[in-house]
Design a protein around this ligand. Sequence first.
Ligand SMILES: [Zn+2]
Length: 436
Amino acid sequence: MMDQDAHRQCGVCGGLPDYLKVRTGSDESFPLSVKQLIRLHLGQDADLYQCPSCNSLFRWQDLPQFYGSGNNWEEELTRLPDASAAAAWGLLELSDDSAAGTRVLQRAFEELSPEVVCEIVGRLRATRPAAFGQLVSGLVDQFIRTGDAGVVRILENYCREDSQGASAVCELLGSDPRPKSKAAEVPLLAAVCGHPENEALRLAYATEIKASDPDRALLIELQLEHRAARRRGIEPDQRRVRELVAAHGARWAGWLIPGVAQRYEFYGGFVELLEVDAAKLLSSSPYLIAQHAPIRHLRVRQAKAHVDELAGLDRFGGLVLKMLSRLVSLDVSNCELEDADIETLVRSPHLGGLRMLDISGNPTGIGALRAIARAGLPALQYVDAEMTRAPLLIHITDTDGSIRESTWTSLRATLVAEFGHRPWLDAQRKPHLDSL
Ligand SMILES: [Zn+2]
């Protein structure tokens, strides 16, 4: 490969520093030799430039910056280290019938930022479909390991535009190559995640792992007892559960969830609740999350800009929908949502299993509640509309914050007159999540 210092002698790029930041729009400009580099046209705001003489590669990025009155643009040029440049060239020049696609791609992900790899892969897909075809399996591997947003986008577009590609991707996803813990446990764990409501499967799993992980088995048994108690209206003592989760929770949550969720909670012995940024949820791997944990409760944060996507989430031919369609509670509180946002959200055909919807703390009015009443949510038991412009209940609290008494607002009577009695229009007490 290239001599480490070869580019220092290069007649074209030899005089360029390895890193250069210029504020164009003020009076700064790039040195003239930059103009001799060849732009590869991979991306709009970020790209690679090639030295025509020594084939060095430079990363170019356009970073908007706003200063006071003036509008300056910062541009950066960074010479790729030799190993990175070699990895990039390996990918750029991948032959159409290469058997080494997966290896070349792996190396690229090791040596380059995911953004650069995705830009190169995106161009291959547009210009050299056969070469791109050599990378699909490696892309799915990368997706499974990291859930990288750029990789997700590439695979999504590929699946959308190429039905054969879509079935190939689904097949690859089905043969998930994550390291398995123990051969016998995996089918049971997958069954638990695939059937979040089935407690017999969870108990079978607890029995299965009792010898290898007695604490985990204990958590499952304890939390299933607690759920039964909560459904009878009794709040169980949580001390032992808290100790177990504090000691082992991160390990039990698995390899993926702590990276995606801001918060997660164990119910019924498994991670059932995720609190996650909407953008993160949409750009990561909800499909994998749904495979990994029997998610029943979702708290979405910063949802305002993503309502359409959340409502229409149907990635990879609907595999991800498993997660939404199994939700029993959805919390979009404090997201600055308005009536129209709630309307869009509850029109989603995938939320029919919801038993609780929390829209509290949003600037919503009665329009949001009417949309909920009109939506086909047959299982809905409770809507938390506190701290909105149209609360259903007014609570009188004791000095310790506990609710002494709740009374209906006049809005509730209006809605009952319009839509008749609904369980959620008649429920005065917010159920414990775990009792749902
Ligand atoms: Zn050069």
